[in-house]
Design a binder for this molecule. Sequence first.
Ligand code: CNA
Length: 254
Amino acid sequence: MNDLVKRTAQLIIESNSIAVLSGAGMSTNAGIPDFRGPNGIYKKAEIDNPEKIFDIDYFYKDPSLFYKFHKKFLNYITQAEPTFTHKFLVQLEIDGKLKGIVTQNIDSLHQKAGSKKVYEIHGGCWKNHCIKCQKEYSQQEIYQKIEIEEIPKCDKCGEVIKPDLVFFGEPVKYLTESENLMKHSDLVLVLGSSLAVVPAAMLPSLTKGKVIVVNKGEVSNWYLTEEKLAFIVNEELDTFFKEVADEYNKLKKK
Ligand code: CNA
């Protein structure tokens, strides 16, 4: 067995207050593409500066670029089911080991899997609001609107509707709660994130324990202090955590 599988399972067994920071790599096995992975949205977008899709200033100038992408994205997320790793985190919460998840994802798959304490720091798309009169629309209503309109507009005032996602240039949600969760943790698992986006990338090093990063691909280590980092596992999440779960369940019985 892979030594990193053993070490991860052992650290989980020894911990009583685990926090997770999850990213888009968590949901690629559920069929939702990430941003920066080899099949990610940025690579496939075929535009010069793909980051402008989620830039708030650009959204107010021309929301059609965002909605072109969002139409496809809503199709992915309405069909997606939680992965093995999402479900393993539910087990760790039930076992009293995991105290909470900070997710950069907007797909709500952690909640769909059954995780109870989840901070969606980049928001979600279940709720949407008119940028002028603030009338609220459900995801289902937006889904229906973008079938017929390029840009969904408010029924009441005719202005553009925006999902409750955190765009680049907007403040994240639940920052204090997320920081507290990390500060009180004795182990942080960073799962499927390139750690390229702040302030999310700054959270893991707040732990008083160690950080394990499991991410297939490049990880930006700007905000990961060496003293806190246990190790980086450059492997596919579900493959790795199936082995970790076997080992963890064996150790639990001892
Ligand atoms: P990212 O920068 O796209 O990084 C994802 C990382 O995961 C990449 O390094 C991939 O190589 C890696 N990866 C992909 N699949 C796997 C896998 N199966 N196992 C292990 N590693 C894998 O995404 P971040 O989350 O770091 O960046 C933050 C952005 C992405 C947030 O603002 C999110 O809202 C946004 N995003 C979310 C979703 C979603 O909700 N599912 C999808 C796409 C983008």
